[in-house]
Design a protein around this ligand. Structure first.
Ligand code: SDX
Length: 429
């Protein structure tokens, strides 16, 4: 029997139920608080508030633990693939060989965009940010998919999920090609997911891109490491939109917009720009660290800190190790990696970062890998979005499959003006 929490307000004691999660996380269920006491709770940035119960991803921020459906991220990064992990996140179990074959063939069957969508691409300026294009084109895709306009139907969800995961890759590559004034390269049905993305990004009509095993495996792992991360800003956005019963594409297009912010998925682009400016200034990083500690500077050490991880982000550890291996395999030495390592070493010894438990997060090293793979910096957050798509889809499904799920509609504490009379315009000062 779970314990109850006692809350004393205005001389009255209210009892609220508590619950304990699989890993021992504890919560007070406040769903009857307002009805019992007239009080609501207030929690800036939801730092202490759970929006839902979920079975998808578990994070222990203090211990630096991340598991997808119970499987440690380190094991999946070593033994799984992005497509297999996408299936795991969405359907809750690792696929059998037949299930994986069926899922992969659905991705292959849905990799093309409707030919009329190329007119949408023609409307974007070459300098249009690919995250804006990605979000717009996901919704544009849904216009060619009337079934999607029907209310959520589990019977066609599998097809819709495969369509979105497959097409997001094609949209991203087409957006990149458009930004460079290059012709769109169509997917090849013989290629697997990540191979096809690299092919669509970097092949030419007259010459196929050479798919190197190390490059394909590194990018596939980057997608996998970004695949889900419990109730982060963009995933909560997807659940918020899904709670109104909007369709899958609309919910995930909203997720793209939330991810774009520099405090969230946009941080990988901001990290690279930070490293480049440090490199250009000849600073060994110590000047930048001093600025990052000074609130007035407006600078932060991008790629550092996390709302949940108060320890090293396990994904950052994996990516950092992969950086060294990949650059060695490609015979690349990147001064920005050296600067990143120096920044990390300095920050982790500095009391400002130690006291605030600020460690490298997933974005700190991911840009170095993407740069080594030839991905342009403006596409970094798009890579994050492609990786995160299965996590968004899994969360969308969890909302839609839950008969008890209700529309997300937080309360507020009003601190604006008290009631007042209308003043005719000729009497306003
Ligand atoms: C992602 O939520 C997820 O799971 C996200 C994500 C995912 O997979 O979906 O993991 C992906 O978004 C990773 C985070 C990427 N963002 C960045 O790297 C941007 C830089 N980091 C910060 O802006 C910040 O750490 C956040 C946004 C990540 C977390 O912000 P919080 O939890 O609101 O923390 P805060 O801003 O209140 O900071 C607490 C203190 C403050 O100092 P004091 O007021 O206590 O003196 O730490 C300081 C902050 O000024 N601080 C930093 C800092 N991050 C926090 N100071 C310098 N550099 C930083 N990077």
């Amino acid at each position: 029997m779970n314990k109850t929490a006692k809350l004393e307000l205005d001389g009255k004691v209210y009892e609220l139920p508590t619950l304990v999660g699989t890993e021992g996380e504890k919560a007070v269920d406040i769903s009857t608080l307002r009805q019992q006491s007239g009080y609501i709770t207030l929690d800036d940035g939801y730092a202490n508030t759970g929006s839902c119960k979920s079975k998808i991803t578990f994070i222990d921020g203090e211990k630096g633990i991340l598991r997808y459906r119970g499987y440690p991220i380190e094991v999946l990064a070593e033994k799984s693939t992005f497509v297999e992990t996408a299936y795991l996140l969405i359907y809750g179990e690792l696929p059998t060989a037949n299930q994986l074959k069926r899922f992969s063939s659905l991705l292959t069957q849905n990799e093309m965009l409707h030919e009329d969508l190329k007119y949408q691409f023609e409307g974007f300026p070459a300098h249009g940010h690919p995250m804006a294009i990605l979000s717009a084109m996901i919704n544009a895709c849904s216009c060619f998919d009337p079934e999607l306009m029907e209310p959520y139907n589990p019977a066609i969800f599998e097809l819709e999920a495969a369509r979105l995961i497959s097409k997001v890759r094609t949209i991203a590559a087409f957006a990149y090609r458009k930004s460079r004034g290059l012709p769109a390269i169509y997917p090849k049905p013989t290629y697997k997911y990540t191979e096809n993305f690299l092919h669509m990004m970097f092949s030419e009509p007259y010459q196929d891109y050479e798919l190197r095993k190390e490059v394909v495996q590194a990018l596939d792992m980057v997608f996998l490491l970004h695949a889900d991360h419990e109730q982060n800003c963009s995933t909560s956005t997807v659940r918020m939109v899904a709670s109104s019963r909007a369709n899958l594409f609309a919910s995930c297009a909203a997720g793209v917009c939330a991810l774009w912010g520099p405090l969230h998925g946009g941080a990988n682009q901001a990290v690279l720009e930070m490293l480049k400016s440090i490199h250009a200034s000849g600073d060994d990083g110590s000047r930048f660290i001093a600025e990052a500690k000074d609130k007035k500077s407006g600078h932060r050490l991008m790629g550092f800190g996390h709302r949940v991880y108060k320890n090293y982000d396990p994904r950052a550890k994996i990516i950092k190790a992969k950086c060294d291996k990949l650059l060695a395999a490609l015979k690349i030495s990147d001064p920005l990696l050296d600067i990143a390592k120096k920044l990390e070493e300095t920050a982790l010894k500095d009391s400002y970062f130690i006291e605030r438990k600020l460690y490298p997060n997933v974005d700190f090293y991911s840009g170095i890998i993407m740069r080594a793979l030839g991905i342009p910096v403006e596409m970094f957050t798009v890579i994050f979005a492609i990786g995160r798509m299965p996590g968004w889809i899994a969360n969308y499904k969890e909302v839609m499959d839950d008969p008890a799920s209700r529309i997300y509609r937080p309360r507020q504490v009003f601190v604006g003006p008290a009631p007042r009379d209308y003043v005719p315009i000729d009497q306003r000062k």
